[in-house]
Design a protein around this ligand. Structure first.
Ligand code: F6R
Length: 267
């Protein structure tokens, strides 16, 4: 196993594990997801997984796909719900998160196609509220998420729950919804879209209620660009202005998996 240390963060009972590099942190995230799949299937005959996209979890999906190929993991009894999707977007658009998930995970594992849920970027705008409510009802009907994999935006967003002036209670209770992307998120999306003008400025996102309601939350953050916001989320005030800080309201079930550069400002 790679070198790992547990970082005590003053004033926070969050579990923070720091790994020598991003690959080791991703492997640890895959380990935890694989363990939740095994334990949930053993206990309840099914595993309900909340998944993330972006650059950070790519290696997690490579690792999970390798385990399935090796016969040590199966998604046969799994159901997945992704955090978010651009709006509007076609699922076959290579920039959609549906396409990302197909490329990195769905096409490589034994997950039933009708149990791989990604919010639908093609629903008519008037129907987005009902679609979002339906997404929450599906997760609730499945008994909630056994595990939610998260990344963190440079502005502290989780899913596409952008910084907000809502109260902590109001933000924590928020349902799945259509949102405007924050300028920092749009700037970071230039990496995928090629230019700021090309970035789709809105998205559907799972609300904070479902994220905080997951029985386990795995936050994966790697690289120096995440150092400042990781420190802010773990050591600054708990506020909707820093969405990931709300993970401290459910700290007992949250694990932060960091590489050394992302942990650099935690002291
Ligand atoms: C993606 C998502 C976002 C990303 C975050 C970090 O589904 O919900 O919150 O996790 O923007 O993105 P990367 O990993 O590209 O730095």
């Amino acid at each position: 196993m790679p070198a790992e240390r547990t970082l005590p963060v003053a004033g926070s009972n969050s579990t923070v594990l720091v790994f020598a590099d991003a690959d080791a942190a991703a492997r640890a995230a895959a380990d935890r997801i694989a363990r939740v799949v095994a334990e949930s299937v053993a206990a309840r005959g099914k595993a309900i997984l909340g998944l993330a996209t972006g650059a950070t979890p790519e290696k997690v999906y490579d690792d999970l796909a390798a385990r399935v190929a090796a016969g040590t993991l199966s998604f046969r009894d799994a159901t997945t719900y992704n955090l978010d999707e651009y709006y509007p977007i076609q699922p076959l658009d290579p920039l959609s998160y549906r396409a990302y998930m197909h490329r990195l995970l769905f096409s490589r594992v034994d997950l039933a196609a009708n149990r791989a849920h990604v919010l639908d970027g093609t629903v008519p705008e008037e129907a987005t509220a009902e679609h979002a409510a339906q997404f929450d009802r599906w997760i609730d009907a499945d008994g909630g998420l056994d595990v939610q994999l998260l990344g963190i935006g440079r502005n502290g967003h989780i899913g596409f729950n952008e910084p907000s002036d809502l109260s902590v209670e109001g933000f924590a209770a928020r349902s799945t919804l259509l949102i405007d992307l924050h300028p920092v998120t749009r700037a970071d999306a230039v990496r995928e879209f090629g230019s700021l003008e090309a970035v789709i400025p809105r998205a559907l996102t799972m609300g904070v209620r479902q994220i905080l309601g997951a029985r386990t939350v795995v936050m994966l953050a790697t690289g120096p660009k995440k150092a400042a916001i990781v420190a802010e989320a773990l050591k600054g005030p708990v506020t909707a202005a820093v969405p990931a800080s709300l993970l401290r309201t459910v700290a007992d079930k949250v694990v932060w998996l960091l590489d050394e550069p992302a942990a650099a400002e935690l002291g």
